[in-house]
Design a protein around this ligand. Structure first.
Ligand SMILES: [Zn+2]
Length: 170
């Protein structure tokens, strides 16, 4: 199994777990060359996970793309790459556990928002603003109003959000 970062095929398995009623083996690996960690899934018949987008087109599930979005949302926030990766893991596991071969961008977004909300409210709000930007502006304000209940928290976020480059949607 080649490292997605450096292409080295030498890696060590950190964790092996059987999921989906023993039909899938999930392995967490670490490249011995660059220490990049990645996850592999072993199944009898491999069906790639596809992402169904808003315009109904499909593309393969791309961890890197999702991770880049998370890194943007979590910039200068106390959320580790490892926490972001385990968020993405949870989406994949969820699909494999339910034998799903397709997931919508909306489902991915919801899952990431739920996870980020627990990890860091600022990263969460940033992500929501990017994610829903072209889709539903009102939802973003609803989310802000919801968080506004805690005034201190809101003030902190306003500080952090001012002048923020929101980046690209998922
Ligand atoms: Zn590597």
């Amino acid at each position: 199994m080649r490292c997605p970062e450096c292409g080295c095929s030498d890696n060590k398995v950190l964790d092996t777990r059987s999921i989906d009623d023993d039909r899938v083996v999930r392995r967490r690996r670490e490249c011995v060359n660059c220490q990049r960690r990645f996850t592999t899934y072993e199944t009898v018949e491999s069906t790639p996970l596809m992402v169904c987008k808003r315009d109904n087109t499909r593309e393969p599930f791309d961890r890197k793309k999702i991770l880049n979005g998370l890194i943007k949302a979590c910039q200068k926030r106390p959320v580790s790459i490892r926490q972001m990766e385990s968020l993405i893991d949870s989406i994949e596991s969820e699909c494999y556990n339910n034998s799903k071969t397709e997931v919508t961008t909306a489902e991915i977004g919801e899952c990431l928002m739920r996870g980020l909300r627990k990890l860091d409210p600022v990263a969460y709000i940033r992500f929501v603003s990017v994610y829903r930007k072209f889709d539903d502006v009102d939802s973003f304000f609803e989310e802000i109003m919801r968080l506004k209940n805690s005034q201190d928290q809101y003030e902190a976020q306003k500080e952090n959000l001012s002048g923020e480059d929101s980046g690209e949607p998922l």
